[in-house]
Structures are given as C-alpha cells and as structure tokens.
Write a protein that binds this ligand. Structure first.
Ligand code: CO8
Length: 253
C-alpha cells in the first residue's frame, strides 16, 4: 500500500515538473529539469508555505580554514562574472546542498513524508561544522565539468593524520554523481574505479575536479582528479560510470 502510494506520488511529481536536488547524494539537478534561460531558478528550493528555509550546507561556516574560504571566494567570483558580449552570467554556478535527498526538492516534502521518513544524506549527516565533509561544488555548464572544494574533518581519519580511503571514495562518488545527474538526470553509480596516488592530510583542503568523458545511451562516464589546493599534487584519480534510472527503480519498480 505504502509502496503504491509512493510510486503514484513519484509519477505525479515527475509529471508536475518535480526537481531532484539530492538524488544519489547529488547536489545538482538533471539537465532535463533545468530551464535553460534562467538556470538559477532550478537550483532554488520550493517555497513551501509552512516550511522553514533549509540550511544550505555549501555556504561558509566557522570551521572553514582560510584556504577553504579563499577557494570559495575564488570560484564564487567566477560565478558572478558576466560574459563580454551579452552581459549574461558566465558558465559557473555554485550548487546549493541540503541534508535531505528529497525533502527540499520541489514538491519533495510530500514524497519525503511517505517514503523517506527520517532519511538523511550521508555526507551532510553530521551537524558539527568541520567534523566530517565540508564541501562546495561549482559547476561549469559550458565545459560540462565541476570542481569541488573539499575540507576533510577529523571524523574522516583513516591512516593516522590522513583521510580514510572510503571517505575519499565518498566525496568522489558525490561529486562525479553530481555532474552525472546534472548532465543526464536521475542516475545511480554502477562503477567507481579509484587510484589512490598520495595520501590526503586530515584537515587539508583539496580540489575534486570532475569532467564528462562520454554519454552512451543510459551510461554517463565521468573522470575525476583530486589534487592539492594549488593543483600541484595529485592525490587521487578516478572514473565513474553512472546509469540512468527511472526513479521507480529506487522503490523496487
Ligand atoms: C541517496 C544518497 C546516496 C548517496 C550515494 C551516492 C551515489 C551512489 O552511490 S548511488 C548508490 C550506489 N549505487 C547503487 O546502489 C547501484 C546499484 N546497482 C543498480 O541499481 C543497477 O545495477 C544499475 C541501476 C546501476 C544498473 O542496472 P540496470 O538499470 O538494470 O541497467 P543494466 O541494463 O544492467 O545496465 C545498463 C548498461 O550499463 C552497463 N553496466 C551496468 N553496471 C555496470 C558496471 N558495474 N560496470 C560496467 N557497466 C555496467 C551495462 O553493461 C549496460 O550497458 P549496455 O547498455 O551497453 O548494454
């Protein structure tokens, strides 16, 4: 009964232009749901009359180091830039990030009540600022790429003083998945292939660069490089394969 109700809602929300903000850990939206002339509108949250505004976890907080803040300011400035000829905004966008995968999507509160219960997004699950994943994703629409500024907190320790490989995989999955979702709509990770090249010091700030490799039918391939904040040191490189899904797939349909 619950499942049927849920699937009905999924279909209805899709018919009504439902926009996912967090499916599969992603911050971005499927291209199909982005109205091209006013891209910012698609990145906003629905104004549900009785909800309090959700916290956007990709905004600066007191835990951010000066380096994290510097890189945030750098990419934010690119987002403000205008193109020469038309005084239109350039290709860069900061993607907001919430701690619920469906609740804060347009129309998602209703779906969230039925299907999601108290589910929280893994990477935004720890309230203490700076303790785990501090990150912000900037998308370059023209280049079909994105860069994530990532500061790893003390809860992500693996080898003493360094970031756990699973935490690195998590941020790679989240960032490559964000890009795949933006480009191809709802997807799930089918394969991640990761090469750990040099350890990431805990508390340091790194850049996670992702770019589209190819789209073949339902398959979207994304490459990824994690580097030091000055780009001089390669920490990790990876590839991700994402397969487009019908949202019913998440509910066993
Ligand atoms: C909600 C917050 C969570 C945050 C997490 C961040 C994002 C995630 O990590 S998503 C969760 C992790 N991923 C999963 O749990 C996915 C589990 N797997 C699945 O559900 C399915 O296997 C799924 C959807 C990936 C593919 O299944 P299905 O839709 O039946 O596709 P299927 O027909 O098997 O394959 C489609 C194509 O992809 C290819 N493919 C599928 N899996 C793989 C793979 N592992 N490696 C290579 N190719 C693959 C197939 O060969 C096929 O290719 P072609 O079209 O050329 O023949």
């Amino acid at each position: 009964m619950m499942l049927r109700q849920g699937l009905h809602l999924v279909r209805k929300l899709y018919r009504d232009g439902f926009k996912l903000t967090g499916l599969a850990g992603r911050q971005s939206l499927g291209q199909a749901q982005l109205p091209a002339p006013q891209p910012d509108r698609a990145l906003t949250v629905s104004s549900w009359p009785f909800s309090s505004p959700p916290r956007d976890y990709s905004l600066p907080n007191e835990s951010w180091t000066p380096e994290m803040q510097r890189l945030y300011d750098h990419y934010s400035a690119l987002c403000e830039a205008e193109t020469e000829e038309e005084k239109k905004r350039g290709p860069w966008r900061r993607l907001p990030s919430y701690n619920r995968t469906l609740k804060y999507a347009t129309g998602g509160r209703c779906l969230s009540k039925v299907l999601q219960a108290k589910a929280r997004l893994f990477t935004r699950n720890i309230e203490e600022p700076g303790a785990s994943f501090e990150y912000v994703v900037f998308l370059n629409k023209q280049e079909k790429s994105c860069v994530c500024v990532f500061q790893a907190g003390h809860l992500l320790e693996g080898p003493p003083g360094h970031v756990h490989g699973g935490a690195i995989a998590t941020i790679i999955d989240s960032v490559t998945g964000t890009l795949a979702t933006y480009l191809s709509g709802p997807v799930m990770t089918a394969n991640l292939n990761i090469n750990y090249r040099s350890p990431i010091p805990l508390g340091s700030v790194v850049l996670v660069h992702s770019a589209l490799e190819k789209v073949e039918g339902r398959k979207t391939s994304i490459s990824c490089r994690v580097t030091s904040s000055d780009g001089g040191k390669l920490h990790t490189d990876a590839t991700g394969l994402f397969v487009s899904i019908n949202v019913g797939h998440l509910f066993g349909a």
